[in-house]
Design a protein around this ligand. Structure first.
Ligand code: SF4
Length: 351
């Protein structure tokens, strides 16, 4: 890719890169076209002078990532597949919540190194990190596709393909670009980074003071089971994560979210609930129970509603905030990596 990818630029960087030829306010105008009008074709940015539009066309590109396919679920969630300049693909999911609220689940990598046993993305191995702009493009393209007004507040979760802390530099840059007041203006408080628990990188994230929400994929309360589900637990066990979380700089109004993928007969019993309460005893935490969403070839099963509700009831009784997340999009390729897997062959042939 010879040209510079426009979505990779923070507003400050864009202003700097134009500085020799154009005044700084031109960068704001370009940001406005991209993130308020959802217009990425430089020739259509009609209030820019012709020489700037030509300069942009010669030096920058806005088309190195493209929307390849989307699938809509009966529950309103939509899964998007994007194609990269180097012929790979990655996914995002738009989840429609109650009262027309939107949550956008972004990918941070193509594939993943972490290798969780319940995850389809892990099965495809790791390809590469997404650039910040490739992450930003997911928001740009989906807001444009769905005609979501620029001032409509949406939530972002970094919970799609990949481990965002394994791509921390680009993820942090994406967070900054999405937060830009003259652009998408998505408050960091509305952005949640979800990690498998790479303890030293949680520490590093804390030093960046991004102001985002943090979620930890815990999924088990003892190390043996967690290592079975998430081999990374061998390197960073439950105690090391809890230790790092205890030191994480947190806004007094915020809580750390602990994601708990609840799997039939594996971690859905009250003994596990009791251990979870003990583990999170000293942390300002809330727990999100997620129904396991089975995919083809998966050894795990979806738990019963009764068991999940009993688990939640126990946590609530003990004063631990807890919500249950229904898997959205069960009728589409909803497990992360499924849509990508389905169409990867087609891309390899067609592109
Ligand atoms: S669940 Fe997330 S961290 Fe684990 S392998 Fe899949 S993408 Fe990676």
């Amino acid at each position: 890719m010879d040209k510079l990818y426009i979505f990779n630029y923070t507003l400050e960087e864009l202003a700097k890169s134009l500085k020799e030829h154009f005044p700084a306010f031109r960068a704001k105008q370009i940001y406005h076209w991209l993130y308020v009008h959802y217009e990425s074709h430089f020739e259509n940015m009609v209030n820019l002078p012709k020489d700037l539009r030509e300069f942009l066309a010669q030096n920058y590109t806005s088309t190195s990532t493209a929307l390849l396919k989307k699938e809509e679920s009966k529950d309103g969630s939509i899964k998007y597949l994007f194609k990269t300049y180097d012929n790979h693909s990655y996914e995002s999911v738009l989840i429609r919540m109650k009262e027309d609220k939107f949550t956008l689940c972004l990918s941070s990598q193509i594939g993943c190194k972490v290798g969780c046993s319940f995850c389809l993305t892990a099965k495809g191995g790791f390809v590469r990190n997404l650039e910040a702009g490739e992450m930003v493009y997911q928001v740009f393209a989906i807001k444009k596709d769905q005609n979501i007004p620029p001032n409509k507040a949406i939530n972002i979760v970094y919970m799609g393909m990949g481990e965002p802390l394994d791509n921390l530099e680009n993820t942090a840059k994406c967070i900054r670009i999405l937060s830009e007041l003259d652009g998408l203006n998505i408050s960091p408080r509305r952005q949640t980074l979800s990690t498998s628990g790479i303890a030293p990188k949680i520490k590093k994230l804390g030093t960046l003071n991004l102001g985002i929400q943090l979620a930890i994929s815990l999924h088990a309360v003892d190390d043996d089971l967690r290592t079975e589900l998430m081999p990374i637990n061998k390197a960073y066990n439950i105690q090391s994560i809890i230790q790092e979380i205890s030191n994480f700089p947190l806004d007094s109004r915020k809580r750390i979210m602990f994601e708990y993928l609840i799997i039939d007969s594996l971690n859905d019993d009250l003994k596990s609930a009791k251990k979870l309460v003990a583990l999170l005893n000293k942390i300002k935490a809330k727990v999100n129970l997620i129904y396991f969403n089975p995919h083809q070839g998966s050894p795990y099963k979806r738990p019963s509603k009764e068991k999940v509700e009993a688990f939640r009831e126990y946590l609530l009784q003990k004063g631990l905030l807890c919500t249950i997340r229904e898997s959205k999009g069960l009728d589409i390729s909803a497990a992360c990596g499924q849509l990508r897997e389905k169409v990867q062959e087609q891309i390899e042939v067609k592109v």
